[in-house]
Design a protein around this ligand. Structure first.
Ligand code: HEM
Length: 627
């Protein structure tokens, strides 16, 4: 039985406090408990490869995983003690923001290192590193592997995770409570309680603090990387700085306006304003996250739908748990009436969350099975917590407001689901603060023949400077022969054969990744023009070809020849979204709603799924990044 006596409310408050403590504990332990996540290797725009100039003179090309902000990225030549011998030797290539051009000494650079720093134009993360300076004439930037890319210090990482918990949590609750109020609370209680709109205003305030803290973290990171920044110049001078500042400023304004409307008694309008501001800030969030590192707009759109779906689920659960644990809890009858209404909203939100989350997971890792990187490990933990939350949610859905005596009753189960949802936000904050492995890994190319002993991968796999890694029984001194496959607008001339060398002294994440894997690896850095290529691995004086690979690439990535699973996971996500959209449309057309849910809420969320799922499914298939 659901009871609404004072002691019951007090007990529920205690449970909410427990939820907050679990979330806080998670926040502290996540970055520390995940190996590597709190160490300096957590990074974002990582150095993928270093490509020496083709001829005698010229500049080294440092290829990064994400585009960089030119004003806050650069390099110095330093001694082994870190003394700057020549400052500002690096500049961003005007034709490709992923590439930093560094004027290394033509001679006399022995003992010096190139110390670089990069501000990601996609997500504002700051990284730095160094590698021994090669002379520009030498074939291969092989002065030594140097230090791995450094990202956050442990302190900055924890601050960033805290800022994101506040920013994500505040915005998701501020948006989700509007729908919860409209579809769940008002039809049962007759109106949206004032306390709920006050919570929306407060949530925007929390999100604003989170937004400003994120800006502070970036400035601290820039200072730690040796760039002294005037905060105003930083905000005004680059896209990501402006976005981060807006993520703080927009909710401040929205929260103040909502508070004013509450004072005037315009609760409905206040709730709408708070939710609209939260939605606008979530758009800014998606535009300044990992999804923004892609040339295609689809990852940002998928991320935004993920956030909107998360707000419906999280906002509703926090709303329910808050009302039950609040000073004037609703009656047992009212709570029971609310459950099928909330389930109506949650059923579509949960499906969208899962499908968009799986797509994002593939995008950022390109491997659902590995937990080798801190990012993949945090992702696996997040999926486990989400799985537990959805399992409790499934029992609550099947309960349909009957208060079945399973797991301590309905109220306890709602509180547990809300607590797990809060921990998912902590996991999401940790995840977005870690380094997605997909952008720094070399892209495997499918062999053109039957021989599978030798494999070839290209990093970063875009037209321009690349590191080609050849793995398998291939001796040092074997050559890579690139031949254009022809076609209109394709390159006609074949470059000179390239000698494959050891990767021991090659700087960058791609070579480091190859070294960490068992088996033999050789490689060569070169500039690959856009087009379709045949790559032959040739061994011995007689010139025997031991393996062939055909691939195409352009400025945004590999266009053909990528070694992919038989059914590419993005295709699965797109098919899931399209099937869901068609199912929703069919239910709506027949005047039906999903089972066990209140009709109006169920039909509204089916309509939302049909539109969002349909648009995203088509967009992934047509203009999504090639994966
Ligand atoms: C199967 C379930 C899920 C999977 C596989 C998943 C996966 C992901 C991935 C891969 C990202 C991108 C992180 C990045 O930018 O590096 C992400 C972001 C995020 N997820 Fe999930 N997620 C799931 C469910 C949820 C749920 C239930 C919530 C609800 C609270 C949630 C909240 C978030 C948030 C707040 C972000 C940050 C988005 C941003 O920074 O723009 N996720 N998720």
């Amino acid at each position: 039985m659901i009871r609404s006596s004072r002691w019951r409310a007090a007990a529920a408050c205690a449970r909410l406090a427990a939820i907050a403590s679990v979330a806080a504990a998670g926040l502290v332990t996540f970055p520390i408990a995940i190996p590597g996540a709190s160490t300096p290797v957590a990074a974002h725009s990582g150095l993928v490869a270093v490509v020496p100039p083709d001829g005698g003179g010229g500049e080294l090309r440092l290829v990064f995983s994400e585009p960089m902000e030119a004003r806050f990225s650069g390099a110095d030549l330093v001694t082994s003690e870190g003394l700057v011998v020549r400052a500002d030797v690096g500049r961003i290539d005007p034709s490709d923001p992923h590439v930093m051009l560094v004027a290394a000494p033509a001679s006399g650079g022995e003992g010096l290192s190139v110390a670089w720093r990069a501000l990601s134009a996609a997500d504002g993360h700051v990284t730095s590193g160094a590698f021994p300076s090669p002379s520009t004439g030498q074939p291969g930037a092989g002065g030594g592997p140097g230090t791995p890319t450094r990202g956050h210090s442990p302190g900055h990482l924890s601050l960033e995770a805290l800022a994101k918990v506040m920013a994500f949590g505040g915005l998701l609750v501020a948006l989700g409570l509007l729908l919860f109020g409209r579809f769940v609370v008002a039809p049962v209680l007759g109106a949206v309680p004032r306390g709920m709109v006050i919570t929306q205003a407060a949530a925007l305030g929390i999100a604003a603090i989170g937004g400003f803290l994120l800006l502070l973290v970036t400035e601290l990171e820039l200072a730690a990387a040796g760039t002294v920044v005037d905060p105003f110049a930083y905000v005004a001078g680059n896209r990501v700085g402006a976005l981060l500042a807006l993520r703080g400023a927009v909710p401040v304004g929205g929260g103040a306006l909502t508070a004013l409307l509450i004072r005037q008694g315009a609760l409905g309008r206040g709730s709408e304003v708070a939710a609209s501001i939260a939605l606008a800030t979530l758009i800014l969030t998606a535009l300044s996250g990992h999804a923004a590192a892609y040339a295609s707009p689809v990852p940002v759109a998928v991320d935004l739908v993920h956030l909107i779906a998360a707000s419906v689920w999280l906002g509703g659960l926090i709303g329910l748990a808050g009302m039950i644990g609040g000073p004037t809890p609703p009656s047992a009858v009212a709570v029971r009436a609310m459950i099928p209404r909330f389930s109506g909203l949650a059923v579509a939100a949960v499906a969208l969350l899962g499908l968009t989350g799986l797509y994002a997971a593939w995008l950022e890792t390109e491997d659902w099975t590995s937990v080798a990187s801190p990012y993949s490990l945090v992702l696996a933990v997040k999926v486990l917590i989400v799985g537990a939350a959805f399992a409790v949610g499934a029992v609550n859905y099947l309960d349909a407001g009957r208060d079945l005596p399973i797991g301590g009753g309905l109220i306890r189960r709602i509180t547990i689901e809300a607590g797990l949802a809060a921990v998912v936000v902590v996991a999401a904050a940790s995840l977005t603060s870690a380094d997605p492995p997909s952008l720094t890994r070399a892209i495997p190319i499918a062999p053109a023949g039957a021989d599978r002993l030798v494999s070839l991968s290209v990093a970063p796999g875009r037209a321009g400077p690349d590191l080609v890694v050849v793995s398998g029984p291939v001796p040092v001194g074997a050559t890579l022969e690139l031949t254009p496959l022809g076609g209109e607008g394709e390159p006609a001339a074949a470059p000179e054969p390239l000698a494959l060398g050891p990767l021991d002294l090659v700087p960058g994440a791609a070579a480091a990744q190859a070294r960490s894997q068992t088996g033999g690896h050789v490689g060569v850095t070169t500039s690959i023009p856009p087009g379709r290529w045949d790559a032959a691995i040739v061994v011995g004086a007689a010139g025997g070809t031991i393996a062939r690979f055909d691939f195409g690439l352009d400025g945004s990535g590999i266009t053909e020849g990528r070694q992919a699973p038989p059914i590419p996971p993005p295709l699965l996500a797109a098919i899931g979204l399209l099937i869901g959209a068609l199912l929703g449309a069919a239910l709506l057309a027949r005047g039906l709603a999903p089972p066990l849910v209140e009709r109006r809420a169920g039909r509204a969320s089916m309509a939302a799924f049909s539109v969002l799922g349909g648009v995203l499914g088509v967009a992934i298939l047509t203009i999504g990044p090639r994966l």
